[in-house]
Design a protein around this ligand. Sequence first.
Ligand SMILES: C[S@@+](CC[C@H](N)C(=O)[O-])C[C@H]1O[C@@H](n2cnc3c(N)ncnc32)[C@H](O)[C@@H]1O
Length: 313
Amino acid sequence: MRCAVQDRPNWVPSNVDVERPNFARLYDYYLGGAHNFAVDRALAEQSNQLVPGTQLARNSRTFLRRAVRLCVDRGVTQFLDLGSGLPTAGNVHEVAQAADRDCRVVYVDNEPVTVAHGRAMLRGNDLVGIVLADLRDVRAVLAAQETRRLLDFDRPVAVLMSGVLHFVPDSDRPAEIVAAYLDAAAPDSLLALSHVTGDVLPDVAGRLVALAEHASTPLVTPRTREQIGRLFGGLELLDPGLTFTARWRCEQDLGWGRPPADGVEAPRVDGAAVDGAGVDGAAADGRAVGFGDAAVVVSYAGVGHKPAAPRVG
Ligand SMILES: C[S@@+](CC[C@H](N)C(=O)[O-])C[C@H]1O[C@@H](n2cnc3c(N)ncnc32)[C@H](O)[C@@H]1O
């Protein structure tokens, strides 16, 4: 379907092709947002046959919202959201500024269409900026004009890496990238991270990898719970530790907080409960899980706290 020039909503920058599907707009559709077109919706429906994309995206975004609320509750009011996607559908600045209107947010994404859309959507909010950069280039992100204008690294910062580090292969040393951001941040800074795993349902994770290749988005690297835990380096994990993304503080209902299915057994790997926290998201052998339930067990999340440096002398 062609989008006539007079039908282009005003949030669409003039240089963006609205007839080619775009991953960020597809994600927006999954989230129930309004910043997508027929081509994006068609691809979303198609991909939903293969992976529980909608539920996965909503679980990821719900974790992000809960994590942002926790950060503000702990007095952290500056956010660096790496791999932000489109700032839509209850995103970081909306949740943060609803809790404290002085919150400042810098969104970072390496996808030019996402950033072009984002820039248009954020116009008029002086406490929010968006940077076109690759999160692997820590120096460029920290030196970007919007980062320097909005964030003060002498005070605690919340570094958000939700649903993005699985796009960074081992060869790019993701743990060192995380550490570099946290090194630049003051004590009491926080890291919120969610990440795809194949621990419980490797076939679903495999389909995600294949889909990403097909959609020519960067390669997806699912990681084990142990590998994801290592990405937190020396940070102290806040309660409830590293759990399935959908279960992280899931008692807090912030919209689409779909709790894991009741009455089904804890997922187990080699006979051991996966997150040790009485998980009830899927059947033991993985076969009995519904499509939506699969989205619960293909991602882990946690929030880490940077402790104060030990006093010298
Ligand atoms: C799955 S979306 C996650 C969106 C959002 N963080 C959330 O959790 O709802 C991943 C986003 O990361 C971006 N991304 C992937 N690799 C990146 C990189 N190396 N640097 C910056 N952004 C990246 C993609 O363009 C995409 O918008």
